[in-house]
Design a protein around this ligand. Structure first.
Ligand code: PMP
Ligand code: GLU
Length: 398
């Protein structure tokens, strides 16, 4: 039968991160020794104390539907965490927990964006932002940045992108894919612009909060006057190595939290009750529980940065958070090997998977087509081998 998928579906692209991870898995299954540095997920297991909290929840029969925005316990715990770690006053009724931060983002975008509304995305941005905006009928407005400004926008560029159609700005710090971290001063400068525009809301995606090599995480909503216009999204996937449990959350003005609860109540209801219990335990913990993972990520960032800097044609910034390198590989464009010419970042990512058997993700998917993303959430040995292979493949190009 003829393909009859909806216009909405046809507007949507497959997630490039998930597509590359799938390709790597398929190649591996066919016997190729692929190193997958494509998917952004910690290679660590969930800390034992959090696993135990999940087991305890099952044994205590916490196996029923919970209130749609989350159990009283987890919303109270998140409210306290926002105060404790970020200086944010979100009451429990301003918190909604969802099946991953991905769902939190979708809830907010669908709650706020009308068809034709503009949504500002500083590039590079996380792949799903653009697609979720498109599903809502919003128009993504991209503010490009380059490696020379550490992939961060300046207040003037933000001001220039805002007009009467602007409804939302979405950005992450620490940033996926660039690893860039906005300092307190840079965050304050962005707030100074946004504060002037009453119709503009901002999603501050802070899911990499705990993977930050600078001394302090800056929350946009903590800037004076911003709590009314910022939706702070966070989750347990990255900081607590809980990707498969599926829990994200947000703090927002009460009316936005209510809107997201309404949407979620029709689509999925609350996230898994057992996951909520384990995630509540995670956010109640001192965040230093994640320190050993942070140390490992920092060691790997340093090693990968040093090794990849020696590969010809690869320009690097020094990422201060998350677990990605986002090299500018545009110097490789125009070079060839085996009859194939690399014309863009997709070609480079395909060349690396085919020739080096290293899976990365094209920067085009993140709105920055001169780059590729390399996740360093893998063991030190695997990463060293990946760089050796990338180096050998790049040196074949001429
Ligand atoms: N935001 C960013 C920037 C991410 O990298 C991810 C990772 N998948 C998410 C949100 C969503 O995370 P999750 O749905 O696993 O909570
Ligand atoms: N956030 C991760 C990434 O960027 C997970 C994959 C996804 O959810 O798209 O690779």
């Amino acid at each position: 039968m003829e393909n009859r998928t909806s216009d909405l579906l046809n507007r949507l692209s497959e997630s490039a991160t998930i597509a590359m991870a799938r390709m790597a898995r398929e190649l591996k299954a066919s016997g190729v020794d692929v190193i997958s540095l494509s998917l952004g997920e910690p290679d660590f297991d969930t800390p034992a104390v959090l696993k135990q909290a999940g087991i305890d929840a099952i044994n205590a029969n916490e196996t029923h539907y919970t209130p749609v925005p989350g159990t009283p316990r987890i919303r109270e715990a998140i409210s306290k965490k926002f105060k404790r770690d970020n200086g944010l006053d979100y009451a429990p009724d301003q918190i909604v927990v969802s099946t991953g931060a991905k769902q939190s983002l979708a809830n907010v975008v669908l709650s706020l964006v009308n068809p034709g509304d503009e949504v500002i995305l500083p590039a590079p941005y996380w792949v799903s932002y653009e697609e979720i905006v498109k599903v809502a009928g919003g128009i993504p407005v991209i503010i490009p940045t380059t490696i020379y400004e550490d992939y961060k926008i300046n207040p003037e560029a933000l001001e220039a992108a805002i007009n009467e159609k602007t409804r939302l700005v979405i950005y992450s710090s620490p940033c996926n894919p660039s690893g860039s971290v906005y300092s307190q001063e840079e965050t304050a400068a962005i707030a100074d612009v946004l504060r002037k525009h009453d119709n503009v809301f901002t999603i501050s995606d802070e899911i990499y909060e705990l993977i930050n090599f600078t001394s302090r995480h800056a929350s946009l909503a903590a800037e004076p006057g911003m709590i009314e216009r910022v939706i702070t999204v966070n989750g347990v996937s990255k900081g607590f190595a809980m990707t498969g449990w599926r829990l994200g959350y947000m703090g927002a003005p009460k009316w936005i939290a209510a809107a997201c609860t309404k949407i979620q109540g029709q689509f999925t209801s609350a996230p898994c009750s057992i996951t909520q219990a384990a995630a509540a335990e995670a956010v109640e913990q001192d965040p230093s529980i994640a320190n050993s993972m942070l140390e490992a990520f920092l060691r790997r960032r340093n090693a990968m940065h040093a090794d990849l800097s020696k590969v010809p044609g690869i320009k690097l910034n020094l990422p201060m958070g998350a677990f990605y390198l986002f090299p500018d590989i545009s110097d490789l464009f125009g070079l060839s090997y085996g009859g194939k010419t690399l014309n863009n970042s997709e070609d480079v990512a395909m060349y690396l998977i085919e020739e080096a058997h290293v899976a990365t993700v094209s920067g085009a998917a993140f709105g920055t087509p001169e780059c590729i993303r390399i996740s360093y959430a893998a063991s030190d040995e695997v990463l060293a081998e990946a760089v050796r292979r990338i180096d050998a493949a790049v040196r074949k190009l001429s």
